[in-house]
Design a protein. Structure first.
Length: 367
């Protein structure tokens, strides 16, 4: 029986472990490997988390050679980890890049009958008209590779109000905007700009190749949704309402996972804002946040009307959360609103999972 271990102890590693365990029961996964236990759990999904040095000490040379290690971390760390594994006698490894991860998670969720994939239905004959903005910031680290962007994706500078540097043709400090709040809202200042300045009646907005788009959305400068040319046909023929990334798995649930990034006082401020403004969603809070499936990164493509309704729900809740936070939002700079936005996206679309046709696809990392 093949023995494996997963290198990493965060969300990517957990998803890979759960997918391998479900899809390949003949494979035994002994646990997780990390470079250092600092900031990592001792156990993940009930499995031990080893430091690499510990595993080297406990495994004989032939065991190290036989063990297949799946490197499931952000891709910019893969080469360093691979070199370290080879130095310590673990030569049998596979780097799980974002394309492999996306394919694996699609197979996993399809096998479990959850979170339908965008890629499965037959193609139609008419392309959907998409207009997606890829968020960029003057603080972004340069990408090592060059990528060709589809014609329906355009760069949008987020936090443009906070820099004199112009790096994109569209900027979130034009028109109605909250660009100055970017330090807390992160990519959500771009979503706000999209909401207030682009989700308009068709006859009022014309923009070159993307005029009269049916779907609008948001990508990151280094994270995009996996949309192929055939998918442009599927979106139309399947009458998709929303495209989201396959959910990230949390351990043990969203409520506990959020403590890594969000203080308890900010979490409670968000819940109070929901109770005041959206009491039906506040009632659904316990059921949604007690499960493991989390829509992260604030990435989305949706019909214009669906995205407009979502933004009209989201931003009043975030504004009220700012007012209830301590210190208040305008007194700090720690992206906490961006993190809360991911949780609210999860709440909103899990709440509406029977109301919308939601299709899912992989999240591709640009490096």
């Amino acid at each position: 029986m093949q023995k494996t271990a997963v290198y990493g102890a965060k969300s990517i590693a957990l998803g890979v472990y759960e997918a391998i365990r479900f899809l390949y029961p003949e494979v035994t996964c002994i646990g997780f490997i990390v470079t250092s236990k600092e900031g990592n759990p001792a156990l993940l999904a009930g499995k031990r988390v080893w430091e690499l040095d510990e595993l080297k000490e406990e495994f004989a040379e032939e065991e190290r050679t036989a063990l297949k290690v799946l490197i499931a971390t952000p891709e910019n760390l893969h080469q360093v980890i691979a070199d370290s594994l080879k130095e310590n006698g673990f030569d049998n490894y596979i780097c799980i890049d974002s394309h492999k991860e996306a394919a694996l998670m699609e197979k996993y969720y399809t096998g479990k009958g959850m979170f339908p994939s965008l890629h499965l239905p037959d193609c139609g004959t008419q392309e959907s008209r998409l207009h997606v903005f890829q968020v960029k910031s003057w603080k972004d680290k340069p990408l090592r590779k060059q990528y060709q962007t589809p014609y329906w994706v355009e760069p949008l500078q987020a936090g443009a109000d906070l820099s004199k540097e112009i790096i994109a043709p569209w900027r979130d400090n034009e028109g109605i905007n909250i660009s100055g709040k970017n330090v807390n809202y992160s990519e959500l200042t771009a979503l706000y700009w999209l909401w207030k300045n682009r989700l308009l009646p068709e006859e009022t907005y014309i923009n070159g190749n993307n005029e009269n788009a049916e779907y609008y959305g948001l990508f990151h400068y280094r994270r995009v949704l996996d949309i192929t040319e055939k998918d442009l046909l599927r979106i139309k023929s399947s009458d998709v309402d929303v495209i989201l990334p396959f959910p990230m798995l949390c351990e043990p649930d969203i409520k506990e996972h959020h403590t890594r990034y969000i203080s308890e006082s900010d979490w409670q401020a968000m819940l109070q804002a929901l109770e005041e403004l959206q009491p039906d969603y506040a009632k659904a809070y316990e059921a949604v946040f007690s499960q493991r499936y989390f829509y992260n990164y604030n990435m989305i493509i949706a019909k214009k009307s669906v995205l407009n309704d979502y933004c009209g729900w989201l931003f009043p809740v975030l504004e009220r959360t700012e007012e209830l936070s301590s210190p208040r939002g305008w007194q700090r700079a720690d992206r906490y609103i961006g993190y809360l936005g991911e949780n609210l996206m999860t709440l909103y679309f899990m709440y509406h999972r029977e109301d919308f046709h939601i299709a899912h696809t992989g999240r591709i990392m640009l490096i």
